[in-house]
Design a protein around this ligand. Structure first.
Ligand code: DLL
Length: 427
């Protein structure tokens, strides 16, 4: 079933999605007062959903709704049916609390095992799980799926990196799961220990949980001598296991849309956008029990394509997330995403994949400082390089930072645990 559903004809998939959407709306309507109210406001009862196309009539759910309904206002089952709680912290306010029944945990294991299979990780291989364990969904989400896939799991969690390098070498880990920033940190730590990271047995880095541009992926692949496979997910929907690249084509992440229905909308108006246009990803859970979610505004910007992939899977693919709708930096009236700056800066071979952006407001004017790191052993002309980067930023983005600082290799603080922070907005 699991393998065939990934390659099913799209009409069949739509029939399944339609049936599951009807069930999900009914479940939410009957068991979550919040949804009943929202649906009634929109004039929709559980019998008004015929098929998946009706999804566009449903109201959105937002991060604020999760915060307002903290801790359990969105749960659709009794407490005694819950087997697990996770939370996503975010930068401000209360955490978003999420919950799982037994069937939700089985679903999670299934989509994660599928993701590991799509990543090309075979039963019997050793998987080093360097995603954080605990309330964060990364650690336990990958853990369950890896066991389901028949892998040997090394549950290192994040951090303790020297030991992780030794374990990867001594236990001959075939694959590691971690954030992209941690993959780089891991490679640097290995090199610092006198271990050539390319000589480690790792052949796959299953990275996710934070944005990763193409130059960053190349850097990870080169430094670790491994294939980088991206995966995407979020706690509100389940955790990791929403979408993953296939190792066959590595051409966008297949969304497991028999369980998570994706749409892309205009982030300002909420209007659905045609296939291929970039906008905000909106996701609806189609088979969750404890926490059904209707049209969740992820804030993540991406593009969807339904074209058949070379791997034969028919499920829609999403592009790497280019940024978050709320990451948009408006600096002196210019709209910029940090990923655009990253793309430009990392074109330079002299620059290491570490940078930070600081924003200030001085006398009512925005001021941006961009700090980038030189590669190890750089002994070229710094001034010329600085000018070249400034010019390139200006040409590509019509923007030049007020200050562009080049610092020595290793000078920018690394993230050993959790997600990397690159933008410091002091305004
Ligand atoms: O980060 C789940 C996860 C764990 C995904 C491990 C992949 C691997 P949250 O902590 O709830 O859940 O954060 C979700 O992280 O809305 C995105 O903004 C961001 N994110 C996740 N994957 C990617 C990715 C986990 N591949 C939020 N690229 C999401 C860019 C990502 N951003």
């Amino acid at each position: 079933m699991a393998a065939s559903i990934q390659r099913t004809a799209r009409e069949e998939l739509r029939a399944l999605q339609s049936e599951r959407l009807r069930e999900t709306v009914r479940h939410a309507y009957e068991n979550v007062p919040f949804y009943r109210e929202r649906l009634e406001e929109a004039g929709i009862g559980p019998d008004d959903v015929d098929g998946i196309d009706d999804i566009q009539n449903l109201p959105f759910t937002t991060k604020e709704d999760f915060r307002d309904e903290y801790p359990d206002g969105l749960f659709a089952v009794d407490d005694d049916e819950l087997l697990r709680i996770h939370a996503s912290s975010g930068t401000t306010g209360k955490p978003k609390i999420v919950a799982y029944t037994e069937s939700d945990l089985e679903l999670w294991d299934e989509v994660m095992a599928r993701s590991l299979a799509a990543a090309g990780i075979e039963p019997g291989e050793t998987f080093q799980n360097a995603y954080g364990y605990g309330l964060f969904t990364g650690g336990l989400g990958f853990h369950g799926g890896a066991e389901e896939r028949g892998l040997t799991v090394v549950p290192t969690g994040s951090g303790n990196t020297q030991r992780q390098v030794e374990l990867a070498r001594d236990l001959e880990s075939d694959a590691i799961g971690c954030t992209p920033s941690y993959a780089l940190y891991f490679a640097e730590t290995a090199a610092g220990m006198g271990v050539d990271p390319r000589e480690l047995p790792l052949s796959t880095v299953l990275y996710g949980a934070e944005p990763c541009t193409e130059p960053m992926r190349e850097e990870i692949e080169n430094r670790l001598g491994a294939t980088g496979i991206e995966n995407y997910g979020l706690s509100e929907l389940i955790g990791p296991g929403v979408a993953v690249e296939c190792h066959e084509a590595q051409d966008g992440m297949h969304v497991w849309e028999d369980h998570f229905y994706p749409e892309v909308v205009d982030p300002r108006t909420g209007e659905p956008l045609p296939e291929g246009e970039e906008g905000e990803l909106v996701l609806t859970s189609l088979s969750k029990e404890a926490l059904p979610v209707l049209r969740y505004r992820t804030g993540d910007l991406t593009t969807l394509t339904a074209e058949k992939c070379d791997c034969g899977r028919t499920m829609v693919r999403m592009d790497s997330v280019t940024g978050r709708a709320d990451d948009l930096l408006i600096v002196r009236g210019v709209n910029l995403y940090p990923s655009q700056i990253e793309d430009v800066v990392l074109e330079f071979d002299e620059i290491a994949p570490h940078y930070r952006i600081d924003l200030y407001r001085e006398n009512a004017l925005d001021r941006m400082e961009l700090t980038v790191e030189l590669v190890e052993g750089f002994d070229g002309d710094r001034e010329a390089l600085r000018e070249a980067i400034g010019e390139r930023l200006h040409n590509a983005l019509s923007f030049t930072p007020d200050e562009l600082e080049l610092v020595e290799h290793g000078a920018i603080e690394r993230t050993e645990v959790g997600k990397v922070k690159r933008v410091y907005d002091h305004r």
